[in-house]
Design a protein. Structure first.
Length: 524
């Protein structure tokens, strides 16, 4: 039967409330797997679901009592796609038309970032011309520009007073538009983020996500964060939530203000970082960014991006552009998080002179103001002296590593330079090991516990003062615990890799931590 056939499709599980009535043949199972791998979601199932479905209304109940002005500005909706399943694009468009009041929806612009899928050419054009004459416009890029520049092309094609930017795999909840337009009418300098719910990529069921702001790590990966304490204290679940940045799959802005603010950075490539940069820029340059609990849009989190397999490469490059233009001396945190040196890193992040000039012309505040007033939860790491992989002269092919978290013991591992191997030595003499967080982190403090010869890893926030976590170290020298006088050293052992790290009497072994933090003049 159906469930037996679906079990053959690894990772699909059941197909939920929108499921198929008939069982799948082996050929259909094969087709479903092919489509899942191609699009990063269950496109086979999508093709069977109504384009006109209405998703659950997950707004807080009291949103239904909020009234909005009748005289609201019109909006253009811009959807970006590349090699997306046709049924998913069309459901995004149907959902937008069905759930946005007609007098507020001036136009829908579909930006095709150089797809090669034949369905997205003639069949898509014929469908929207027939179904939505005059409402939907298709803009086609002649080469692959990436999400960021594709959105700029969509903005250029739009003419309405307000522009909304969306991935082409979203669905809208009824009454999503009115609260957004009301907030922008009240203040054109607001960039508004609908609350995001999740369309499960395997079953297309919608699950409610909790109210949250959008934050990020120092690598500039976005994430959901708890609303500010003030929002909770005020006790109004319909109130806008201050957001330091945006996840990026949907945002709405006054069209002219967005242009004056500098759109998105066209010097960024492909994807990633532009959502953080826009959040930082709007706050520093006189605007604001907020999430509206009463406006909800559901989004498919794809299991893979169809346009590129190495997102981290572009993310790192784009993150350095953000750091160099906007973050003043706090840019060191971005270099630290990506574990790259601040000079001679070999990463070409392009010409930033136009963005630096934009910051000057907009008379923006500095990044310290932004951290103090918009993202006070963000941890900073200005006390760092050295960071990166830690190698010992006795076994320089191995690096100090967090090892198995449940063991609470530092270990050695072949060097790879990612999170568990990022060491950080501070001006206060503390030695940290593990990936950097922002509002919370997996970093541990390296400590000398006299009861064992093995270096212990402790929760820094809880244990920093009461354990022996201070070390005496300069680059290329011994790592000496200041309480016990023991040194962190590497000895031969009958264990995996033939070496282990221990605490013992100092024998003159030397450690190097890959990068030295450069002192940066503080921006005034």
């Amino acid at each position: 039967g159906l469930s037996k056939s679906l079990g053959l499709i690894e990772g699909f599980g059941g197909w939920g409330a929108g499921g198929l009535a008939a069982s799948l043949s082996p050929g259909e199972v094969s087709e479903a797997k092919y489509l899942r791998d191609k699009y990063g979601y269950n496109a086979y199932l999508s093709n069977t679901i109504s384009l006109d479905r209405t998703i659950p209304d997950y707004r807080p109940g009291s949103c239904r009592n909020v009234s909005h002005l009748r005289d609201l500005p019109q909006m253009a909706l811009v959807f970006i796609f590349v090699n997306e399943a046709l049924s998913v694009i069309l459901r995004s468009v149907h959902s937008a038309v069905n759930h946005t009041p007609a007098h507020l929806l001036k136009e829908i612009i579909l930006v095709d970032d150089h797809s090669d899928d034949e369905q997205l050419k003639g069949p898509l054009e014929d469908y929207v011309k027939r179904r939505y004459p005059g409402l939907v416009k298709i803009v086609r890029n002649h080469k692959r520009e990436g999400l960021i520049r594709a959105r700029i092309e969509g903005w250029k094609a739009a003419s309405a007073e307000v522009t909304g930017f969306f991935d082409a795999h979203v669905e809208f909840t009824p009454f999503w538009a009115e609260p957004v337009l009301a907030r922008i009418k009240e203040d054109r300098r607001r960039i508004i983020l609908p609350s995001i719910d999740n369309i499960k990529h395997d079953t297309f069921e919608v699950e409610r996500y909790e109210n949250s702001g959008h934050g990020y790590s120092w690598e500039l990966w976005c994430m959901y964060i708890n609303p500010p304490k003030q929002w909770w204290d005020d006790g109004d679940v319909t109130a806008p939530i201050r957001s330091p940045a945006m996840i990026g799959c949907s945002f709405v802005a006054n069209r002219l203000f967005f242009g004056e603010l500098g759109l998105l950075d066209p010097g960024m490539d492909v994807y990633g970082g532009e959502n953080i940069e826009l959040g930082i820029r709007v706050w520093m340059c006189g605007g604001s960014m907020e999430v509206l609990p009463c406006s909800r849009v559901a989004h498919i989190a794809r299991v893979k991006k169809p346009y590129n397999s190495n997102i981290a490469f572009y993310m790192r490059r784009n993150a350095l552009r953000v750091a160099e233009v906007w973050m003043d001396h706090f840019k060191s945190n971005v270099y630290l998080a990506w574990n790259i040196p601040m000079e001679n890193h070999g990463i070409d992040f392009g010409d930033i002179s136009e963005r630096v000039a934009l910051r000057k012309s907009l008379q923006c505040k500095n990044f310290q103001w932004y951290l103090d007033n918009v993202y006070p939860e963000m941890r900073t790491y200005g006390n760092t002296l050295y960071y990166g992989e830690m190698r010992n002269s006795k076994a320089s092919h191995l690096c100090l590593d967090q090892g198995m978290r449940e063991n609470h013991t530092a270990t050695l591992h072949p060097c790879h330079g990612w999170g568990p191997q990022i060491g950080r030595y501070t001006k206060e003499g503390h030695l940290y090991l593990g990936p950097l967080g922002s509002t919370g982190e997996d970093t541990r403090c390296v400590a000398d516990d006299p009861a064992t010869q093995f270096p212990q890893l402790l929760d820094c926030d809880k244990d920093k003062d009461e354990h022996r976590t201070k070390w005496i170290f300069t680059q290329g020298d011994s790592m000496i615990n200041s309480a016990s006088g023991r040194c962190l050293e590497v000895v031969p052992a009958k264990v995996y890799l033939g070496h282990q790290v221990v605490l013992q009497s100092c024998s003159g072994q030397r450690w190097t931590i890959k990068n030295t933090m450069k002192d940066i003049a503080v921006y005034v």
